[in-house]
Write a protein that binds this ligand. Structure first.
Ligand code: SF4
Length: 390
């Protein structure tokens, strides 16, 4: 039995989720390796909706969209979902990962949390992700079977954001980004473009911010290149889309079910030409063999993609790889043959804000990575502003 009213990802802070720079707890789901998936638009095998989802206009819009795609929506009697548990953890995981639930957001998700360094506030439009990145910290932070939940009460969620404008702690790092206004990060527990073709939620959020004449910015990051539906929306420059990218040895070996790097970079150009503020989330940065050459090729490909874009507004967020004892155990359970390096002996041990242990690269490796990215981004992408390094 899976209670769809319970948030999927635990709320405490522990280890960073590479896609957003967020810090989340890890949780043991070892032994449930998901299968590798070819990159394509996700089609869930099973779609369910809870009764309150039918009371919200956006819930009905999602269901109409799903039905137009030929997907049957199963109306549940309560928020309790059965039929997900399989004979073993692996089967349960696979069933959950191919299930989409249309639900009303849990109350804890409606009270926004700060999410430094990415943004002032985290706003959730969904939870769960059908992709299979071998380093995903989200994968290790789940409270139960990872059924992807999409929120039917989107209109209420977006209307509630006005209460947070101008709120939040101004750090020195944030002060340097004051021109962005109050920022809302909408990709913490999911990848927006893995789901937007099924929900339209992020398109609607972009239009909401576009119509909101205030110093605000919507932000989200994605590993998918499916952006055609976003070109031409009335965004009025109040959305920054970051493409989550990495060097080819990482994207091709460790990011199952996401779009190929070339498609993400093409999407960056499409959005930039449409006047969006755009960005790169380069994460997780890893000193793989030949990393200077590989990351150099990445930066050159981005430079070619943004060449000649009028009024380009491009940023970079740089996040190095780290792991916790819990996330390592979970990820090795899922991906026993992974080439992801998680060797405590070669790492520095650090304690996070709440005492959780994490392993990061040692200071000399960090310094060499940081120095290289700072100087090469300045040289190869002079228009790009680095927002933070972590
Ligand atoms: S795309 Fe999905 S699986 Fe990959 S890091 Fe992001 S949330 Fe995790």
């Amino acid at each position: 039995m899976t209670d769809l009213n319970v948030p999927l990802a635990l709320d405490e802070i522990g280890a960073p989720h590479s896609a957003s720079g967020e810090e989340v707890w890890t949780h043991d789901l070892s032994g449930v390796a998901p299968p590798a998936r070819p990159a394509r638009r996700w089609t869930p095998k099973r779609v369910v909706a809870t009764p309150p989802a039918y009371d919200h206009p956006h819930g009905l819009r999602i269901m109409a969209r799903l039905e137009a795609l030929g997907l049957e929506v199963e109306r549940l009697k309560t928020a309790r979902l059965t039929g997900v548990r399989g004979e073993n953890d692996r089967q349960t995981y696979a069933r959950a990962k191919s299930t989409l639930a249309v639900v009303v957001s849990p109350p804890s998700r409606r009270k926004l949390q700060p999410i430094a360094p990415s943004a002032d506030w985290r706003v959730d439009l969904a939870e769960g992700c059908p992709a299979h990145c071998q380093y995903c910290y989200l994968a290790g932070s789940l409270s139960g079977p990872p059924v992807t939940r999409v929120y039917a009460d989107l209109d209420d969620i977006l209307d509630g954001l006005a209460d947070y404008v101008g709120q939040g702690r101004v750090t020195s790092r944030r002060a340097a980004r004051r021109d962005e206004g109050t920022t809302f990060e909408a990709s913490c527990y999911t990848d927006p473009l893995a789901l937007d073709h099924l929900t339209g939620s992020w398109q609607r959020a972009v239009e909401h911010f576009g119509a909101w004449d205030a110093p605000v910015q919507l932000r989200w990051t994605t590993k998918f290149g499916d952006v055609d539906a976003f070109a031409g929306l009335a965004h009025h420059g109040r959305t920054r889309v970051r493409l989550s990218v990495n060097c080819l040895p990482v994207t091709t070996r460790m990011e199952g079910g996401t779009s190929p790097l070339a498609e993400r970079i093409a999407a960056l150009r499409t959005l930039a030409l449409d006047g969006y503020a755009v960005g790169l989330t380069i994460a997780p940065i890893m000193p793989v063999d030949g990393w200077r050459e590989h990351y150099g090729e990445l930066l050159d490909a981005v430079a070619a993609a943004v060449d000649g874009v009028p009024g380009l507004d491009l940023t970079a967020e740089l996040i190095t790889h780290r792991f916790t004892p819990g996330s390592k155990e979970v990820l090795l359970g899922w991906y026993p043959r992974t080439r992801l390096e998680m060797d405590e002996e070669t790492r520095s041990r650090k304690r996070g804000k709440f005492g959780a242990v994490k392993y990061v690269y040692p200071p000399d490796v960090m310094a060499s990575l940081r120095g290289w990215f700072s100087s090469e981004i300045a040289a190869r992408l002079p228009a790009c502003r680095i927002l933070y390094w972590t």
